[in-house]
Design a protein. Structure first.
Lengths: 182, 122
């Protein structure tokens, strides 16, 4: 007959995969969760692409220098809502707008949210802007656990605004994933 | 110095359990990206598996010789087919090359498993 400590150790060893599977099932399907990702754009790491459309970091910020700037967000399976909050200086000419797109098709196609419209003369100050995307309703395309976003400032593509830039400080992403327990 | 007796058996049991758990979680992560990595860094599990594996190398095990049974061969074929399906799934974007790679990989899994089983039997 096996000694008691050996039986207990064997049970403990068998419990490892069982507990891991239970933990993963609980977190994936049962408990509602909120994930938060903070991208410090003015920090060491650069989260925005393409690199040639972004300035080097200075004063804890970078400048978006072209009309389409992309970033990816890790989106857990079963997520319902993605709130994007960003702090930037929308140096927009009057009447122009800044849009944020989330990829919604296999081909290059984005679901657009207008996040800022310049109605008066630009005051040049920092603004905190946010918008919420709904994964299912807006049919967002999450590929390999990642969702592609793009800032789109159409006027930056025009010759007369080629010296314009949009300074950006951070992007804060909050993702809500519902579970079986409310 | 070799680890012997009950301790050696426990270490072997621990290593096998951790290895199979790690491989299953890795497979789940490959098929459903984010299912595991969002909540658990499986690299920690890999470190534990390697540590248990090193201890297992320094343990003394009883060598039990067994004949190859029909179910062992069946198991090898199931693993080969499973391997083919997984590789096909992961390389689906490569078109017809995907079929070639996955079928060759499946044949390799079956042949190598056969070879190892026959080595064990000798």
């Amino acid at each position: 007959m096996k000694p008691r400590y050996q039986r207990l150790t064997e049970i403990a060893i068998i419990a490892i995969p069982i507990l891991l599977v239970l933990y993963l099932l609980t977190t994936n399907f049962i408990i509602p969760q909120e994930f938060n990702y903070y991208y410090n754009i003015g920090g060491e790491e650069n989260y925005l692409t393409p690199i040639d459309r972004i300035s080097e970091k200075y004063n804890n910020q970078r400048d978006m220098m072209s009309h389409m700037i992309y970033f990816d967000v890790d989106v857990p399976r079963g997520s319902k809502e993605i709130k994007i909050e960003t702090r930037l200086k929308p140096n927009l000419p009057t009447g122009e707008n800044l849009r944020l797109g989330a990829r919604d098709q296999e081909d290059w196609h984005y679901m657009w949210h207008t996040i800022y419209t310049q109605e008066e003369e630009n005051n040049g100050g920092w603004q905190i802007i946010s918008t919420t995307f709904k994964v299912k309703e807006e049919n967002l395309k999450i590929e390999n656990g990642k969702l592609s976003f793009v800032f789109y400032a159409q006027y930056l593509d025009k010759e007369e605004y080629k010296n314009y830039t949009i300074p950006i400080d951070y992007i804060n992403v909050t993702i809500y994933k519902p579970g079986l327990i409310k | 110095m070799k680890i012997k007796g009950h301790k050696a058996k426990l270490i072997n049991h621990l290593f096998q359990t951790l290895l199979v758990t790690y491989l299953i979680l890795l497979l789940l992560e490959q098929i459903f990206p984010g299912f595991v990595s969002t909540y658990l860094n499986i690299n920690y599990l890999l470190v534990l598996t390697i540590a248990a594996g090193i201890l297992d190398v320094f343990s003394e095990h009883e060598v039990i010789k067994q004949r190859i049974k029909r179910k062992d061969i069946l198991f090898i074929y199931v693993l080969g087919i499973l391997g083919t399906i997984i590789i096909k799934y992961k390389t689906i974007d490569l078109g017809y090359l995907s079929w070639i790679i996955s079928i060759i990989a499946g044949i390799l899994i079956i042949l190598l498993s056969h070879l190892i089983l026959e080595e064990d039997e000798k």
